[in-house]
Ligand binder design. Structure first.
Ligand code: 5GP
Ligand code: MG
Length: 178
């Protein structure tokens, strides 16, 4: 499988993102809301670099079901989100593609009246965005390819890989032509 971003490069970039985050918030407490399931590696590796007051929360959003590389209907489960009123919230997702997921979640979290709301993504796909959403923190810009690893899955596989790789076209083309 073609490695797009090595494990070493990801870890180096997380050092830089952590500095940006700490510089912005200073010592203000923040609540990081991770978007399950893709955020897991990004969230876990990033928060361990944040020596500042941090609360963790999770929200689940998914638009991919099974062995597909094209999104379907967005489903959100917010039962694990605590009271965010008056808190500085940083929403973290694995990848910004069309922007529909984060666009929806930003709207939903704004309704909970946080003191501030920022968005961080590990990856941002070039030329795919449909909604005007500018992430405050972005790890890497990538071309329009279906990627896996470091939290990102295909049919629930490959999330555990320490790097980001490109799913071979042959894998998706047999299952994704509905
Ligand atoms: P959006 O709503 O921005 O189109 O898509 C965001 C969600 O779609 C991400 O949170 C991720 O779960 C999924 N997604 C988008 N592009 C990819 C990709 O290339 N690989 C994988 N594994 N998931 C993706
Ligand atoms: Mg996701």
């Amino acid at each position: 499988m073609q490695i797009l971003i090595t494990a070493e490069r990801i870890q180096e970039r997380l050092d830089e993102l952590a500095v940006e985050i700490k510089q912005h918030y200073r010592e203000q407490p923040i609540t990081i809301v991770g978007v399950l399931t893709g955020c897991l590696m990004f969230l876990a590796d990033l928060v361990r670099r944040l020596d500042m007051p941090v609360r963790l929360a999770l929200i689940q959003a998914s638009s991919y079901r099974g062995a597909v590389t094209r999104p379907g209907e967005l489903q959100v489960q917010a039962e694990l989100v605590p009271d965010l009123r008056g808190r500085h919230v940083l929403l973290l997702d694995d990848i910004l593609d069309t922007g529909r997921t984060l666009g929806h979640l930003v709207g939903q979290l704004r309704g909970l009246e946080p003191a501030s709301l920022r968005v961080g993504v590990l990856l941002r796909k070039e030329g795919r965005q449909e909604l005007p959403l500018e992430p405050d923190y972005c790890g890497f810009r990538i071309p329009d390819l279906f990627v896996i690893g470091y939290g990102l899955d295909f049919n629930d596989e490959y999330r555990h890989l320490p790097h980001v790789a490109v799913l071979p076209a042959a894998t998706s083309s047999t299952t994704d032509r509905a």
